[in-house]
Design a protein around this ligand. Structure first.
Ligand SMILES: O=C(O)CCC(=O)C(=O)O
Ligand SMILES: [Fe+2]
Length: 437
């Protein structure tokens, strides 16, 4: 009988097997999810491994490809015994750690984890689970040590790395291509453990040398098991959260806004007594479209401003002016309404004598149950969030809008309507006598 004829009632054999497989797959996905989030392995393409060199700067600047024996001997000679931190002191104890090291200040290497995309990958996989990194998109890797664990008994017993600062979230260990056996790196987290075997036998036959690496969070205990033979050479990096690309406006000390062409123009304008003599507010609509009324994007501004928006923001800041990205409501005609105005209006001319409605911060789209029949527009704006009114002198045209707040509109028939907002740079210009430019 065809197994599909069992449809009602008992499961077919095929279905049972399928369900079991699915359950198995589902539990291993759950497990993987827990595992994958605390440590991340990787392997370079062999070409990258062939080109790795470690020039040593503390003896006569020799180039060392770890596997070429003359150079390797010299590298080993140049190293010092590796200590470890214990009760606030650096301790040397071979029963706990048997290795030698070079400090980052004593060598440089042609190996660059950024070039191989390792740092980008870490940012994508490990960063999202870090609460402190909510608005951070980047990872900065700082070279810390070169370590050599040599056979027959090189090792480092279970320990947790000492974070070097609050922004450190993990460590990266990169294993350079050098023949060795043993020396697995074991990483443990909340009862789970992962093992990374970078030895020759794990490479398979024929062994193609490659650079292998693992990155893990600072709270992971880890250990290097005994190396049986050869030399296991690693570079260790401290990993810090940082503002990554696309997240730098307002946090970019290496950009000099004074060099931007608009800086001089704006500065000269501020020096003219007749320019906004009594002070006022300038508004520049963002020229790029930003998601400015949805979670979590409201938290990404101003740091994710780009192009001319970022340049303007930095220029105003450099001039010592108060500048912020704010949502501005397309206030409805009722705000100051007369029927004739309704006909010729565009979004800008809807802003009326009572001034623009400016949100005190970016906020997500709000749905209200208020209606224009029973409530004033100001009540609806309040549901949107805290706002103030100001007479803004607009320097650019509104380009992008997003729905900001929904309400019930009454006309011939009741309908749901939305008020839109645009994101703008709002700049406070002090009175002439108080300008410091
Ligand atoms: O070299 C390794 O695999 C890890 C070294 C280590 O844990 C450390 O230097 O703290
Ligand atoms: Fe460590």
């Amino acid at each position: 009988m065809d197994e599909h004829t069992f449809r009602d009632g008992a499961r077919t054999l095929g279905e049972t097997a399928n369900a079991a497989l699915l359950a198995q797959l589902s539990s291993s996905i759950e497990e993987q999810a827990a595992e994958a989030t605390f440590a991340q392995p990787g392997k370079s393409d062999p070409a990258a491994a062939r080109s790795v060199q470690v020039p040593i700067t503390n003896s006569q600047a020799k180039y060392c490809r770890p596997n070429t024996s003359g150079n390797l001997e010299q590298l080993i000679k140049d190293c010092q015994p590796a200590t470890f931190g214990f009760k606030g002191k650096d301790v040397y104890d071979e029963s706990y750690r048997k290795a030698s090291k070079l400090d980052a200040s004593a060598f440089c290497s042609s190996f660059n984890p950024y070039e191989l995309g390792i740092i980008d990958t870490i940012a994508q996989v490990l960063l999202p689970s870090i609460k402190e990194a909510k608005n951070m998109r980047g990872v900065r890797a700082e070279l810390y040590k070169l370590n050599i664990y040599s056979g027959p008994s090189g090792k480092f017993q279970a320990h947790v790395d000492t974070p070097r600062s609050d922004s450190q979230f993990g460590s990266l260990v990169v294993c350079l291509p050098c023949d060795h056996e043993g020396g697995e790196l074991i990483i443990r987290h909340q009862g789970k453990s992962l093992s990374f075997d970078w030895s020759n036998s794990a490479l398979g036959e024929p062994a193609v040398p490659c650079v292998q690496w693992a990155a893990f969070y600072s709270d992971c205990e880890h250990e290097v098991l005994e190396v049986q033979s050869g030399h296991r050479i690693t570079l260790t990096y401290n990993l810090y959260v940082s503002r990554g690309s696309g997240n730098l406006a307002g946090n970019c000390p290496w950009m000099d806004p004074k060099q931007l062409p608009l800086y001089d123009t704006i500065q000269r304008m501020l020096q003219v007594p007749g320019f906004m003599m009594k002070g006022g507010t300038l508004g520049i609509w963002c020229s790029h479209a930003y998601a400015h009324s949805s979670e979590p994007s409201v938290h990404n501004l101003p740091s994710s401003l780009k192009g001319v928006d970022m340049a303007m923001y930095e220029i105003f800041r450099a001039l010592g002016l108060q500048v912020a990205v704010r949502p501005i409501l397309d206030t409805l005609p009722d705000d100051d309404y007369s029927a004739e105005e309704d006909e010729e209006d565009d979004a800008n001319s809807l802003r009326r004598s009572r001034g623009d409605v400016i949100g005190k911060g970016l906020r997500k789209f709000a749905v209200t149950e208020l209606s224009t029949q029973y409530h004033r527009m100001d009540d609806i704006y309040e549901e949107w969030g805290e706002f103030y009114r100001d007479e803004v002198v607009w320097l650019s045209k509104l380009r992008h809008r997003e729905p900001a707040v929904a309400f019930l509109a009454y006309g011939n028939e009741a309908s749901v309507a939305a008020i839109y907002s645009g994101a703008a740079l709002i700049v406070k210009i002090p009175p002439f006598l108080k300008r410091n430019v």
